[in-house]
Design a binder for this molecule. Structure first.
Ligand code: HEC
Ligand code: HEC
Length: 323
């Protein structure tokens, strides 16, 4: 009889099952010695061998690529590149025979093009024009309805493709003279002119300076900026009477522009970006807030309205821009 723990260690054959015991018994319950089935063991050993082979051929340890040199990261990258190629192909196919206006009118196409335009703008344009095209001194805001060279889809496309004072035969071109540096006007005349120009948008008390400058402005500046300082798009000459300033609204900045005649350069992107990207950028910039309809005449009243409404608010912004 075996009725106490580990009383008898010798294995024996169990009467009921005919199987050998291990010799262990607990409170009379004996442990039968039933080995794992052979098939199970074989499968078990095969998995171990398989794991070893896998470790040798596939990347299993940090820094060891495995003999097959397999990399999911590289595969994903390759797939992403393929997607980019496919997308460009799809884009140029979709955009091949539609006009810029038609793109804006087709909601699906518009959404697609805006996404492409936004990302291309972030990559290429935001460095100068600021995030969302808000503009910084010297680099015009593209999100308002004040345009140096024109705000229709076609105008914008032309500016982007050929640039401003850039290396392209069709580039937008004009040069404001450096009246001070080149000695075209005396420092006193320039001081007076700065007051005169500033007086267009924020009235000045120095009437004597304004009276002295009026004939000089008429003779020197009106060819580009217009007799009333309203600007001229064919020359890229800014409107000097509104609250939007390319360089700054304070008398000091205005004087410096008359003295130095800085002429901003905008690269010609036609050489660097493909046609589809330029289309996407044109639609994106046009939609930023200030895009004009093709018939410029219709846009004029809206300009005046916007200026009048925002004059007070813009003053702060313009002063900050000038610092
Ligand atoms: C190196 C700086 C720079 C970069 C980059 C740049 N621009 Fe410009 N951009 C300028 C400057 C400077 C002007 C104003 C030129 C002038 O004074 O007439 C300008 C003007 C423009 C205008 C004309 C605005 C008007 O009022 O008529 C448009 C449109 C424009 N840029 C779009 C773009 C787009 C789109 C990109 C990106 C593909 C871009 N720019 C990248 C410097 C830059
Ligand atoms: C040949 C045409 C031309 C003439 C002449 C000219 N300008 Fe300009 N002016 C421009 C252009 C173009 C710009 C924009 C510069 C740029 O894009 O970088 C400009 C810019 C300015 C600005 C800066 C405006 C801003 O928004 O910051 C002022 C101020 C100005 N001009 C005043 C004058 C005065 C005063 C005279 C006469 C003494 C004059 N200009 C003569 C073409 C001209």
């Amino acid at each position: 009889m075996t009725n106490s723990n580990h009383q008898d260690d010798t294995p024996r054959v169990d009467d009921h099952t005919g199987t050998e015991t291990t010799g262990h018994s607990w409170d009379g319950i004996e442990e039968l010695n039933t080995p794992l089935p052979r098939w199970w063991l074989i499968v078990f050993y095969v998995t171990i061998v398989w794991a070893l082979i896998y470790c040798i051929f596939m990347p299993s340890f940090p820094g060891l690529p495995g003999l097959r040199n397999h990399s999911e990261r590289a595969n994903v990258q390759q797939q992403m590149e393929q997607v980019a190629v496919d997308r460009t192909a799809l884009a140029s196919q979709l955009l091949s025979d539609v006009s810029l206006e038609e793109i804006e009118q087709d909601p699906e196409l518009f959404q697609f093009v805006m996404a492409a335009g936004k990302s291309a703008f972030g990559d290429n344009c935001a460095t100068c024009h600021g995030i969302g095209g808000r503009g910084v001194p010297g680099y015009p805001s593209l999100a308002d309805d004040v345009w140096l060279w024109g705000g229709t889809l076609e105008d914008i496309r032309h500016t982007i493709t050929h640039g401003i004072r850039a290396h392209s035969d069709e580039t937008r071109f004009s040069m404001m003279p450096s009246y001070g540096i080149d000695g075209l006007l005396s420092p006193e005349e320039i001081d007076d002119l700065a007051v005169f120009v500033s007086n267009f948008s924020s009235p000045h008390s120095n009437q004597a300076a304004i009276d002295r400058a009026a004939p000089v402005f008429e003779a020197q500046c009106s060819t580009c900026h217009g007799t009333n300082g309203q600007g001229d798009r064919s020359m890229g000459a800014p409107n000097l009477t509104d609250a939007e300033w390319l360089y700054g609204s304070d008398v000091k900045t205005i004087r410096s522009q008359i003295r130095n005649g800085r002429n901003g350069v905008m690269p010609n992107w036609g050489e660097r970006l493909d046609e589809t990207t330029i289309v996407a950028l044109s639609v994106y910039v046009h939609a930023l807030g200030g895009g004009e309809a093709t018939t410029v005449a219709e846009a004029e009243p809206r300009d005046e309205h916007a200026d009048a409404g925002s004059l007070a608010a813009e003053d702060n912004g313009a002063e900050q821009g000038g610092k």
